[in-house]
Write a protein of this length. Structure first.
Ligand code: 2RA
Length: 330
């Protein structure tokens, strides 16, 4: 059945990718509406060969026949408007961080924990943080077989993660112009600073990866730490993942488990310089895993290298995949 859907935050970096991916995946649409803030209202959007006008998001925006609302408009907008849409029976898939750790809201990566949706009575479904989505893709099967004891994340995150502003900062930095979005130049630099710093010395981005991984794997006891770093890459995040297990394993077992995960692509042939790279992940919806090797510094440990398009699988495509499964489209 074709759906009536709303895209909220339609003119942002993720919002515009919702539009691209909905068309690419031939999502069955009857009516589609585009919403943004007052300053973006009136802009024209082309969708499936037709032109639409972006409407200003208001309390009355959901007083129309809608099945699904895809949100990527920031936490405060989701906090105010997602409950309004949900109260009218509309399924909301929200990309902001607002609802992710809410105990009444499911936090979903379809290939990892889609079944968790049944544990909640919620019209709002939270889309995890981009760096979390790609990182948990290999972890569920490994946890189920070898019981993860500890995870150390180190991320190398593209500037597109902070929207069009971040992209512009790198472009301007390459011309020698001062940054406008980051506290320091990002060109020719690495910034261990994504989102705000907390009193404990971590950033909100690091806290998100730690808390969201525990929720998605349903492992509140998991020992996890993270260092998230902005690097001068336009698009696609890379993550180094060090994992310590409770149980012993053979490397063949690790490969066997990883090869079971849908949309997880193993690229691991270092003798031929084959490993996941941001330039190859961009524009796709898969998560790429390589550099799979034992960590000889501990009893039952491995290292992985994990790369994905942070705007597609890390945000827009993951949200649309959730909707496809809820409405049994795919
Ligand atoms: C970033 N993960 O990369 C954060 C939000 N998209 O900036």
């Amino acid at each position: 059945k074709a759906l009536n859907i709303a895209v909220v935050g339609a003119t942002g970096r993720v919002g515009s990718t919702f539009i691209e991916v909905l068309q690419e995946r031939k999502f069955p649409i009857n009516n589609i509406y585009f919403f943004a803030s007052a300053k973006s209202a009136g802009k024209k959007i082309e969708f499936a060969g037709k032109e639409y006008e972006v409407e200003e998001l208001t309390e009355n925006s959901f007083d129309r026949d809608l099945d699904l609302a895809l949100f990527s408009a920031g936490g405060s907008t989701s906090k105010k408007f997602a409950p309004i849409a949900a109260s009218k029976g509309i399924i909301v898939v929200d990309n902001s961080s607002q609802w992710r750790m809410d105990k009444n809201v499911p936090l979903i990566v379809p290939e990892v924990n889609f079944e968790d949706i049944k544990k909640y009575d919620s019209k709002i479904i939270a889309n995890p943080n981009c760096s979390t989505i790609q990182s948990v893709m290999p972890l569920k099967v490994l946890d189920e077989r070898f019981k993860i004891k500890r995870i150390v994340y180190s991320t190398y995150q593209a500037v597109s993660g902070s929207g069009f502003k971040g992209i512009k900062d790198l472009e301007e930095g390459m011309k020698g112009n001062p940054p406008t979005n980051y506290p320091h130049p990002i060109f020719n630099n690495c910034l261990p600073h994504i989102d705000e710093f907390l009193d404990n010395g971590y950033t909100k981005e690091e806290e998100k990866m730690i808390n969201e991984t525990r929720k998605i794997l349903d492992r509140d006891d998991l020992k996890i730490t993270a260092t998230t770093v902005r690097v001068p890459v336009m698009n696609s995040h890379s993550v180094s993942i060090n994992i310590e297990f409770e149980k012993p394993f053979e490397m063949k077992d690790i490969y066997d488990e990883l090869s079971k995960v849908e949309n997880l692509v193993i690229v691991d042939d270092v003798k031929n310089n084959q490993y996941p790279m941001a330039i190859n992940a961009t524009g796709t919806d898969e998560v790429y895993i390589g550099r799979i090797r034992r960590d000889f510094s501990t009893e039952n440990g491995i290292n992985l290298w994990d790369v994905a398009d942070n705007i597609r699988k890390g945000a827009a495509s993951n949200a649309i995949q959730i909707a496809e499964k809820i409405f049994e489209i795919k």
